[in-house]
Design a protein around this ligand. Structure first.
Ligand code: SAM
Length: 467
């Protein structure tokens, strides 16, 4: 693997290239690192590499000519050639891959290092002062940043890149196996590591690591990797797809499914479940909006009035997420008639001609007098009683997380999500529900979502596609 580093401060690299694993790799010829100073490509007597910016402004800008001439002086190299896949076919060695170090580049991640290793010959261009003349960008292949912060120069970023790429080169790190379990190697952070002493200031090494039981140790480490990633890096966790064994381990450890703040395989629409599987689940899921029995402000069981907005909005959400149906539950015949009248305007009347999409959504609605009739209707359609899920705006004992609810939903039975109007579902409904779901909460104490908003959020959590 060959690196050429274009820098106006080559001396910065001296100890880096002669110390520890990188020093050994350079000495053994496993990696080759050349330092190229753009000053050598200046023609004025002061060897100026920078100049003031056109248009005014602070600081100095690196001139394009010395950098581009430095780049052009770097020819395809032997190290790249020797290790490339087609080394023996007599073809020309691969062109060096030019990388500009810049806070405006792609933030460096492990996958970049894997890709850069395959290039075999990298040219790393370090900026200084206020950065490069913009035209330098036309002469490089890629722009990489060490992160969302600004350094004085690209040299530290270049060292990070050489260090990260070189350790992937066979022979640089003694024990190649240690690369496999490291953080980011398979999308998870590494497990916690311990060495002697066994007790340090009352802090003990976990018992499992002293057990000598390699299978147990392996499983513990894998679990720690998942828990640590889920807690510290929800972004990585959202991208991770746990295996069946992983899910079993999480469950055994009392960590529910794969959710818990992050995402993962048990979250429909995310990693692990594709669009078809999510749609298949949605196609046997129903939502029921109960206008009775629900509580009023004073804790009395009442029947609330149907609203036009709830009919339309929940129907549109149900249609969007692919649900099998939307039940509007009210025992009052006058309210049932009102709902039917509103719907018929959009299903058969002027509305149908005016807005075809609305008809499609409202056709999902069925108005029924009670929950029993809803359950019977689902059973009639699917040949099985639905799993009933109660929702609530307040925390109660035995509520399950989304991931835990989702595990039940995966059991091939139809599903009925029950939403209350007024001040929420009455105890008689809650007592009969198979599952209770944790409320939707924001970071504030205020929790007064409209039922249509709650419905949309719940459906998105179970069936929303993630980008
Ligand atoms: C002070 S910085 C110039 C920043 C430039 N004015 C801007 O805002 O984009 C000087 C040089 O340090 C290097 N540098 C600074 N921050 C960096 C980062 N986060 N990653 C990689 N290189 C960085 C780049 O080579 C840059 O040209």
């Amino acid at each position: 693997m060959r690196f050429d580093i274009v820098t106006i401060f080559p001396e910065i690299f001296e100890s880096f290239l002669s110390t520890s694993l990188i020093g050994k790799a350079v000495e053994a010829g496993t990696i080759e690192v050349n330092l190229v100073d753009p000053r050598a490509f200046t023609e004025d007597k002061h060897r100026n590499v920078d100049d003031t910016p056109y248009g005014g402004g602070d600081g100095m800008v690196l001139k394009p000519d010395p950098i581009v001439r430095a780049l052009e002086s770097i020819k395809p190299g032997n190290a790249a050639r020797a290790a490339s896949e087609d080394a023996d076919d007599g073809a020309a060695p691969p062109e060096p891959w030019r990388v500009l170090l810049s806070p405006q580049g792609e933030p460096l991640a492990q996958r970049h290092l894997d890709e850069l290793l395959r290039k075999r010959h990298l040219v790393l261009v370090c900026g200084r002062y206020e950065g490069f003349d913009e035209r330098v960008r036309s002469f490089v292949h890629q722009e990489i940043s060490l992160g969302d912060f600004v350094l004085n120069g690209g040299e530290v970023a270049a060292m990070a890149l050489v260090d990260g790429v070189a350790r992937l080169e066979p022979g640089v790190v003694g024990n190649a196996r240690s690369l496999v379990s490291e953080s980011h190697a398979d999308g998870l952070l590494e497990y916690p590591q311990y060495t002697r002493p066994r007790v340090f200031r009352d802090l003990e090494v976990p018992e499992v690591l002293l057990s000598g039981d390699h299978e147990r140790i392996h499983r513990w480490r894998r679990l720690q990797m998942m828990l640590r990633t889920r807690e510290r890096r929800p972004d990585l966790w959202g991208e991770f797809t746990p295996s069946g064994d992983d899910l079993a381990e999480l469950q055994k450890a009392g960590q529910g499914g794969a959710d818990g703040g992050g995402a993962a395989a048990s979250g429909a629409g995310r990693a692990g479940l594709d669009r078809d599987a999510t749609l298949a689940l949605a196609r046997r899921t129903y939502i029921a909006l109960l206008h009775h029995p629900v509580y009023d402000r004073g804790g009395r069981v009442v029947t609330t009035a149907i609203t036009n907005l709830d009919l339309h909005d929940i129907a549109r959400s149900s249609r969007t997420f692919g649900l099998a149906g939307y039940f509007v539950v009210t025992p009052l015949s006058s309210q049932q008639e009102l709902a039917e009248r509103i719907m018929s305007h959009w299903k058969e009347g002027h509305g149908a001609a005016f807005n075809e999409n609305r008809r499609e959504a409202l056709e999902l609605i069925e108005v029924l007098p009670g929950l029993e009739q809803v359950v019977a209707r689902v059973e009639e359609r699917h040949g099985a009683r639905p799993v009933t899920i109660a929702t609530s705006a307040v925390r109660r004992p035995k509520q399950l997380t989304r991931a835990q609810v989702r595990d039940f939903m995966a059991r091939e039975t139809p599903v009925l999500i029950m939403l209350g109007t007024g001040w929420g579902l009455a105890t008689e409904v809650l007592d009969r529900a198979d599952l209770h779901m944790t409320p939707i909460e924001g970071p504030t104490d205020y929790n007064h979502l409209s039922v249509r908003s709650a419905a949309a959020i719940i459906l998105d959590r179970f069936f929303g596609m993630r980008d």
